[in-house]
Design a protein around this ligand. Structure first.
Ligand code: SF4
Ligand code: SF4
Length: 178
């Protein structure tokens, strides 16, 4: 009979501790104040920082490392400010992402962004903005040019920037394995 304990990895927390250093998630008493103020939790029912901290403490690696939910944190640090126990759910999530990357679990969208940064210095191509104008019954396109905005600054030495990123394996598809 499955008990749910099959996915407990005894060394998981020790491995994570070596990534997040002095952070003390074990001080968490599950008040959920982090989640109640988290802007991402307002839009995603799956994203609950207090549950991520709890699953981390319970060493439920399979429920965290291969899951895309750990990648949607917006890194706003609000959870750190709200926690009465000085726990940082954000740093726990960052450590989980580091471990997930090392084990090959990186969402495809992140790899696409990484490739775009290496190629252009930007996370995504500059796109035109499309707005309907109901009164005129037409769709109008805007870009930086039509809005009289200056061009975006680009890395001056993109080849060096890209080569440095590639040397650390940035943008490469990692091999999976928990
Ligand atoms: S991390 Fe802090 S705010 Fe979040 S549940 Fe734990 S004690 Fe509460
Ligand atoms: S840092 Fe991440 S988990 Fe913390 S409040 Fe912001 S989005 Fe939520």
């Amino acid at each position: 009979m499955a008990t749910g304990l099959e996915s407990v990895k005894p060394k998981f927390l020790d491995e994570l501790r070596s990534i997040f250093g002095g952070q003390q998630p074990n001080y968490c008493y599950q008040c959920a104040k982090c989640t109640s103020g988290c802007p991402v939790a307002k839009f995603s029912e799956d994203f609950r920082p207090h549950q991520i901290v709890n699953k981390t403490l319970l060493k439920l690696e399979q429920q965290l490392i291969p899951q895309e939910v750990i990648w949607i944190c917006a890194a706003c640090h609000k959870c750190i400010e709200r926690c009465p126990q000085k726990v940082s759910p954000y740093e726990v999530i960052e450590a989980l992402r580091n471990m997930a990357s090392a084990k090959g679990f990186v969402p495809a969208g992140y790899l696409t962004m990484a490739k775009s940064i290496i190629k252009t210095g930007l996370i995504q191509p500059i796109r035109r903005c499309r707005r309907p104008r109901a009164a005129e019954g037409k769709i109008v396109f805007y870009d930086r040019n039509t809005l009289n905005l200056p061009p975006l600054p680009m890395p001056e030495k993109l080849e060096i920037f890209a080569s440095n990123l590639q040397q650390i394996g940035f943008g490469e598809k990692p091999k999976k394995g928990v």
